[in-house]
Structure formats: C-alpha cells, structure tokens
Design a protein around this ligand. Structure first.
Ligand code: ATP
Length: 503
C-alpha cells in the first residue's frame, strides 16, 4: 500500500497534476503547486461541491471573504490562545515531531499487531473461525488490546488536561523510538501555535500583527448578519465558502494530505437553538451521500464519530476515506452551538442576533459546520481512481478511473495518421465540442501509446478519426474503463459524452 502511495506521488508529478513548490530551489516543506492537469481536476472538484451546496440547496448562498482579517477575530475564535499542537524533539536526530502523532502511530501499530494475529488465525482455522470469540479469548490479542486501551485512555486524558509532562512520559514508557535515529532521547513537550503571522501597514509604529487565516469559517461568521440582512435569508440557512487556509504544521508528511498552505470548502448552517442535533444528523448523511456519489466505492468511506468533543461542540464526526496509508479524515462535520457568534458578539461589542419572525423573538443561532479540505479530497479521488491493470498481451496499463464529471480532459481526438486530411477532420470535431467539454488533440506516436497517455490522465473518451471517417462521418469512440470501442456517427458524440460528464 505504501508502495502504491509512492507511485501515486510520482504519477502526479509525471503527468502534471502536482509539483513540489519551488522545486528548482529544492522545494518548500509541505507546500505544493498544481500543474496543468491538477488545476483542472481541482477546479472541477470545487465546482462539484459549490454547485451541490449553492444550486441544490436554495437556502445556501456563497461568499468569498478576504484572507486577512482583523486580528481580534482570532482572539475571539480561540485560535490565538488554543490553536496549538504539542511538539517534541528528538535530541539525537534533531528532528521534530508532533507528540500526539507519535502516540497515534504507536496505537495504530498495536491495532495492526492485533489484526495480524486475527488474520493468521482466520487462515489457520478456515470456515470454522469465530473472530469475535478469538478476539475475546486469545492471550496475545488480549494483552495488546489491554495495552492499547491503557495508552489510549492516558493519551486522551493528557491532551484534555494539557498535561505535557505525562505525555512525554507516555512516549518514553511506550518505548517509542525516533524513526530517523532509532533513539529514545526526547525533549520536553511544548505547545506550538499553528498560525502564520505577518505585519500589515508600512511603518514600524503603525504596523499591526495580522494572521493568515487558519480556516475559512471565521470569514463566514463575521459576515453572518451582512448576508442574512442583504440576502433576506431566513433561518435555517447556510453560507458556503471556498478559499485558502494556512497552518504552520509541525510535521510535513504525506504529500498533499497535510500542507502548510491548503484550500478549504466550508459551509456554516445557521439553525434555531434546540434544532441543531437534527440538522447535524441531516448534514452528516447528506455529506456522506455527496462523497459516495463520486462513485469511487461506498466501502472506502466511514464515519469517525468523536467521543471527545471540543468545548464548543455538542456533536462532531469526520468522514474518513481509505487512503493508501489507512482511513483518514477528509471532512469534518461539527455542531458548534452558538460559540462562534457569541464570541464575536463579546469581542466586537456588536449584536450577532437574528430576529425570527415566526417565533417573534431574537436569538443567537446555532451552527452546523461542514468543512472539507480540497487537497485531501483531491488526494482521495486520485487514490480511489489509480489502477494498474495487466492487459491480455502482458503489458501493464496505468489508468486513472476518475469520475467523468471531474476528469481534467473529457475527450481526446486523434487522427489515425498525420496526413490525408485526417488532422483537419479531427480539429473540426474539436471545434464543435470544445465549448462544452475540455478536449485534447493528439497526433503523436501510435494509437496504443496515445490511449495509454490519456488513460494516465483519466480521460474518459478517446475518439479516433480514420480514412473511413471522411466518407461516412463516423469515428471510433474508445471507453477508458472497459477499453471497448464502438463506431458512432460524429453527430452522436455530444450526447454520448454529455450523458456521462454532466451530473
Ligand atoms: P487534522 O486532524 O488532520 O489536522 P483537523 O481536524 O485539524 O485536521 P479541521 O480543522 O477540522 O482539520 O479542518 C477541516 C478540513 O480541512 C479537514 O477535514 C481537512 O480536510 C482539511 N485540512 C486541515 N488541515 C489541513 C492541512 N494541513 N492540509 C490539508 N488539508 C487540511
């Protein structure tokens, strides 16, 4: 699986999806650029989200707020004081780690050990294997499970109480070694604030410390009344936003899964107090349905309900996707109560209340938030689409089985040869279709090689123009996933493609 991940990363580079930022200067940690294919896929994913939020829900509208915001906003939101991760250094390798991630990795290893034991027994006992009974009675499983539960409980308590001394002790007791130096020589655990800051204004006296937003949500909260009043919105309603966010992540790992500059798609849904848990349940289901509609396979998604809630939340869940490195959070759904609006009311001194004409009273709305990382969604879609297939002739083909509606290029048009008027005919077809679908013209190399290139970027349709086309106005359409070919009239192409591409 790790191997698949490595291949995926190099595939992204080779075919113009994702490049390391500032590559000719040896890159910049956890910052990436999207290439000519990547930007198309990313834009299509954003449109898929934006349309599902703002077109399909007539009570959700969008905004685009600035990245810079008044610094007091981050005081009010709690980010200045509490947007921290616990960091720890290994004294020998001088490498820095997130203390919580070290423990999480350790817990995952214990899980893995248990699963291996179960798998081994299942193989040995075959059909008669009773997994539940084995888990409940096997001494090795029980021992690892007890260890896991103990470490997990202490870990959760340490984080909750911000008890960093014990967190360090836990790392030492679990004999967690530094992956680089293999030693156990750790420093103390310290808090590290993840917000980037800079200065606004030109003179030293007048300059104000401002932050690069670590989430887009606050831009929605501070505009809540602007949108509600000017849009004559009635509760329940939502505000959606897509935009960049910045976090000075301690550990830059896993490609675009954890970046220092990334993009979020967030929607805050404002509801009557007391109705928030019903709305939470509705959005939780709606968001999972949205992911599944991409068609990457329902079994690749699962919920992770939080048992430990942030102080302002009264329900929270993540939607996780099965990445090559395990199930990981792609989207978070939180019931945030009236925490954010109340805080802004307190810090700004401005009323953040809504007058509900039906109830004939004012109140501070409660909020359900859905928050998804564009880059993580991008990674999940690529990971879920990447396939290596062995063909009948023994060759391997690498194909991105991307959902047609988000594929960067929808069709490639290829003249069989570079002469006899075939290129002109191919361009005629492109000129006819290019206003509705992104097309690529390709005349280089054999048809087989051209198919492979299109497979590698996930183009769902290849159209080949041959000599007969000039007489019968028919072309060969080849379908990416099945590799089946069909001869169809040029006049039918638009319908065939649009059926798959338009949702
Ligand atoms: P994690 O626990 O992985 O750090 P989080 O719980 O802090 O994530 P949220 O603050 O809930 O994340 O942010 C909402 C979404 O934004 C996440 O589900 C994820 O998709 C995305 N996201 C958060 N941090 C990053 C990052 N550093 N790089 C890319 N995407 C991110």
């Amino acid at each position: 699986q790790e191997d698949v991940f490595k291949k995926l990363v190099s595939h992204c580079k080779e075919y113009g999806f994702v490049f390391p930022s500032s590559e000719i200067y040896d890159g910049l940690g956890a910052v990436y650029d999207y290439g000519q294919m990547g930007v198309e896929l990313k834009n299509n994913l954003k449109k898929y989200w934006w349309d599902s939020m703002t077109l399909l829900n007539d009570n959700v509208v969008g905004i685009d707020s600035a990245i810079f915001m008044h610094p007091t906003i981050w005081k009010a939101s709690g980010h200045v004081d509490a947007f921290n991760d616990p960091l720890i250094d290994n004294k020998d390798s001088k490498k820095r780690y997130r203390a919580d991630v070290l423990i999480e990795d350790y817990l995952a290893k214990l899980d893995e050990k248990i699963d291996k034991e179960v798998a081994k027994a299942a193989k040995r006992f075959g059909e008669s294997f009773d997994e539940a009974q084995f888990r409940a009675t096997n001494p090795r499983v029980l021992e690892n499970q007890a260890k896991r539960d103990e470490v997990h409980a202490r870990f959760a308590k340490d984080l909750n109480d911000a008890n960093f001394e014990d967190l360090r002790d836990l790392i030492i007791e679990c004999e967690i070694v530094c992956p680089i130096s293999g030693t156990r020589n750790w420093t103390d655990v310290r808090q590290f604030n993840l917000m980037f800051s800079t200065e606004m204004g030109s003179t030293a006296d007048g300059a104000m410390k401002v932050y690069l937003r670590p989430e887009t949500a606050q831009g929605i909260f501070v505009n809540f009344l602007n949108v509600q009043k000017t849009g004559r919105m009635k509760i329940p309603f939502g505000i959606a936003q897509i935009g960049k966010a910045f976090r000075n992540e301690i550990v830059a790992r896993q490609f675009i899964f954890r970046m220092r500059e990334f993009e979020q798609m967030e929607m805050q849904f404002f509801v009557r107090p007391g109705e928030e848990l019903d709305w939470f349940a509705k959005w939780k289901q709606a968001r999972l349905n949205w992911h599944k509609a991409l068609g990457l396979g329902d079994q690749k998604y699962r919920y992770h309900d939080h048992d430990k809630l942030a102080h302002y939340a009264n329900a929270a869940t993540d939607i996780e996707f099965e990445m090559p490195f395990g199930f990981k959070e792609v989207e978070g759904i939180h019931s945030r109560t009236d925490f954010d609006l109340s805080q802004h009311e307190k810090f700004s001194g401005k009323k953040m209340q809504y007058f509900d004409p039906e109830l004939n009273k004012s109140y501070t709305p409660y909020v359900i938030e859905t928050s998804i990382g564009v880059d993580r969604l991008f990674l999940s879609v690529l990971a879920g689409s990447y396939c290596e297939e062995t063909l009948e002739n023994g060759e391997t083909r690498v194909v991105l089985k991307l959902p047609a509606q988000v594929a960067p290029v929808k069709l490639a048009v290829m003249p069989l040869v570079k002469k006899d008027g075939l290129p002109e005919k191919a361009n005629e077809i492109i000129n006819d279709l290019k206003f509705d679908f992104r097309c690529q013209y390709d005349e280089k190399d054999s048809i087989g090689k051209r198919y492979r290139r299109q497979d590698a970027i996930g183009t769902p349709f290849c159209i080949t123009v041959d000599h007969d086309t000039l007489n019968d106005n028919c072309v060969t359409i080849r379908f990416r996933d099945t590799m089946l070919q069909e001869r169809v009239p040029i006049s039918k192409l638009h319908d065939i493609i649009s059926e798959k591409v338009n949702m």
